[in-house]
Design a protein around this ligand. Structure first.
Ligand code: SF4
Length: 213
């Protein structure tokens, strides 16, 4: 299924899969982390890290119709992505082949936007390129609800994921951090104290007025 007639990215230009999730959540957050290399650990990120470390501490498991691999390295030269999947299940198909099914662990509960789905779809896109298969679905597991939510990689989500990857490359290449836009998301943001979204907005408005005279 792989179409080889596309431009590919160089190894040194690959961006972390997590950047797509950060970008959909907030472009400024993405720029602060991936351009300005700012990171801060708070309760939310610590819980998330511990969940990922638990997933990382396992190696692999095997049952009759399912094999489970943990902490699987991923890469797409087509979309310029690199990272790791917490878990990839391989489901045995009627013809005896094994179909990959990525599972991403998240602290908290399902979000209002598609940021987690885009990150998961990007993992599937990497696996498809690496294994030359088509992956129809995966799942997100949320620590707060202890529920696993199936995600279908339909055309809309695939286009959104590919567009997001393209825009993150553009953002990182530009080296420009967007201005803060205060929203409900800011209260859950691990970079709130560094970003100061209310103050940044007031300062920007003040400077704009001063320039406009
Ligand atoms: S505090 Fe708000 S504007 Fe600032 S990085 Fe976080 S989500 Fe974005």
């Amino acid at each position: 299924m792989t179409d080889n007639s596309y431009k590919t990215y160089r190894e040194e230009d690959l961006i972390p899969l997590s950047a797509l999730q950060h970008f959909v959540y907030c472009r400024r957050q993405c720029a602060l982390i991936h351009i300005e290399q700012v990171w801060t650990e708070n309760l939310f990120t610590a819980e998330g890290r511990i969940m990922h470390e638990k997933a990382d501490s396992n190696k692999s498991e095997s049952r009759r119709d399912i094999r489970i691999e943990y902490s699987v390295p991923l890469r797409s030269l087509r979309f310029g992505l690199i990272g790791k999947a917490d878990v990839v299940e391989f489901h045995r198909q009627p013809d005896g082949s094994w179909l990959p099914f990525p599972v991403e662990y998240k602290r908290g509960k399902p979000k209002m936007d598609d940021c987690d789905k885009v990150q998961l779809c990007a993992q599937a896109i990497c696996l498809e390129e690496m294994l030359n298969v088509e992956i129809p679905r995966g799942a997100l597991f949320y620590g707060k609800t202890r529920r696993r939510e199936d995600v279908v990689f339909d055309k809309r989500l695939r286009i959104q994921t590919q567009e997001t990857a393209r825009k993150v490359h553009e953002l990182i290449e530009s080296g420009m951090t967007p201005r803060a836009e205060f929203s409900r998301k800011c209260k859950q943001c691990s970079l709130y104290d560094l970003c100061m979204p209310r103050v940044s907005k007031k300062v920007s408005n003040y400077l704009l007025k001063a320039v406009e005279g």
